[in-house]
Design a protein around this ligand. Structure first.
Ligand code: SAM
Length: 172
């Protein structure tokens, strides 16, 4: 049965392991990165964002300032597209990820492919915006549900945040 929890914070607390190696893919100003850090006490947390949109420098500065005191204790910014960076890691290095990038189908399919190639069984893939939306259509839920149908991941839980719920799934 798929568990339902009120917010994505509850997903982090109930499903993400403490002291593990995680990554947020899509950081923007760092608000959620900070929550992930505080709630999961990662041994290593990668914050991955190419910051390539107009005005990105301001978002990047905000994220850097917010996470300033954490970089000496395992937080590392990676200014790259996630699909270029993930294949550079040793296989199975990431225990969990939180995916919140472009939400369109093509990039989401690409991200899931590199993640499923990289992560070991039991690894956790969470992400934002598990909902149909006029901006990205089924760009998130379509590829995630395809991976469920193909028995590559098992959907564990959803958050009840309308209109932007999160999901978490286990790599099979
Ligand atoms: C919705 S925002 C992230 C918000 C953040 N997760 C939060 O909840 O506070 C999306 C971010 O994804 C980043 N992004 C877009 N394509 C990306 C990619 N291929 N890899 C990593 N990040 C990407 C954008 O630069 C943008 O900052």
């Amino acid at each position: 049965m798929i568990t339902s929890v009120p917010t994505r914070r509850d997903l982090y607390q109930q499903f993400l392991p403490q002291g593990a190696v995680g990554a947020e893919l899509g950081v923007f100003e760092g608000a959620n990165a900070y929550e992930l850090f505080v709630l999961t006490h990662p041994s290593k947390l990668y914050l991955v964002d190419p910051y390539a949109f107009p005005g990105a420098e301001i978002a990047r500065e905000k994220a850097t300032a917010l996470m300033q005191h954490t970089t000496s204790i395992g937080v590392e910014f990676v200014c790259q597209n996630d699909w270029d960076w993930i294949p550079t890691l040793p296989k199975g290095h990431l225990d969990w990820v939180y995916l919140d990038t472009r939400h369109q189908r093509e990039p989401t399919v690409r991200e899931l492919e590199v993640l499923l190639d990289h992560m070991d069984p039991g690894g956790l893939i969470a992400g934002h915006d598990f909902a149909i939306n006029p901006m990205w259509g089924t760009g998130v839920i379509g590829p995630v549900l395809d991976a469920v149908q193909e028995r590559r991941i098992e959907l564990l839980a959803l958050s009840e945040e309308f209109p932007y719920p999160s999901f978490i799934a286990k790599v099979l």
